[in-house]
Design a protein around this ligand. Sequence first.
Ligand code: PHB
Length: 390
Amino acid sequence: MKRATLAALGLATSIAMPAAAEDIKVGLLLPFSGVYAALGNEIEAGFNLALEQFGGETDATFEIVREDTEVKPPVALGKAKKMILQDDVDVIAGIVSSGVLGAVRDMVHGAGVPLIVANAGNDEATGADCSPFITRMSFSNSQVNRPMGMWMHEQGIGKVYTLAPDYAAGRQMIDAFTASFTAAGGEVVGQEFTPFQKTQDFGPYLAQAKASGADAVYVFYAGGEAISFVKQYDSFGLKAELPLYGSGFLTSPLYVNAEGPAAEGVITALHYVPTIDSPANAAFADAFEAANGRVPSEFAVQGYDAARALIEATKTGASDRASLANALRSVKFEGPRGPLSIDPSTNNVIQPIYVYETVAGEDSLTQKVLAQLSAEADPVNGCEMAPVSN
Ligand code: PHB
């Protein structure tokens, strides 16, 4: 029974009574509007699918409270506060933007509410600002981009121009790529950060890239910005002379068909592509497609694995905030991406990274895996993890 219900019944809430496993209130904190709205909807679709598929494995039932972050850190912080103080949630899941994650970090840590991150790659949340209450089932910004620096240099690319939106994720992704590309011997000949959620015309940046003397361009864009960028890159005539690379959100299966032929030949890297050849992925992709009428993206799998992690945590008997936080950090299962576990020193998921090319498939664009790079755990990056006492 929940604390609020006990209080309503006039029972002293200080009596040590374990919360019944069948009553977990989940705050789903996602963008349902703004440039990342499609990502929020996709994460929710994956989350719901896992609840349907695996919910029967636990005695717990899940009540969902959903709120729209609007991709705005102050709005998201207000919504997180409401979930924690008013709705009395046991756990929060979601968060797409690194800026939003940075904004809610102190609130969830201070209140001792477990947060399952289902997208936002903010390196600090599993680095210097790590928390035993924050477990990330998606990726970190550097985890996805670091391997590409080495891989691209191995392919013979010597000079790169970089572009990304000007906020935490854009900067961290480009920094991680730059560090590994230059350590391998490459040179970043120019970089620019474009105003986040405000840039309509990438023309001036593309002109600079063209004039830079680079062999290739490396970018991070996602959602609506990725669609505009990829289309403009192609219509500017750059694709043939300056090959386009990036983190794989650029050509996510979620919106690659909106990019159309402009996305063909773009080479990117991600922790999940729907063409991963494994029985676990085939089962997931079939079920997702049957439920939603489209191929699943990395965002779908992140929502799916976030709900799966929650279910696994409740199977240990955990039901209150502290025990859920501890159980979440220890989950381990075989998902559509392959075997997943949480790095105990950062609480970030450990996973392989796939380099893929977007190619024309039978009736839509698809992802051709060019390389599977080894499982990536982040450096500890200043994280000092303290366990939670139950
Ligand atoms: C982020 O802000 O961390 C972020 C947003 C969208 C993505 C990836 C990362 O596709």
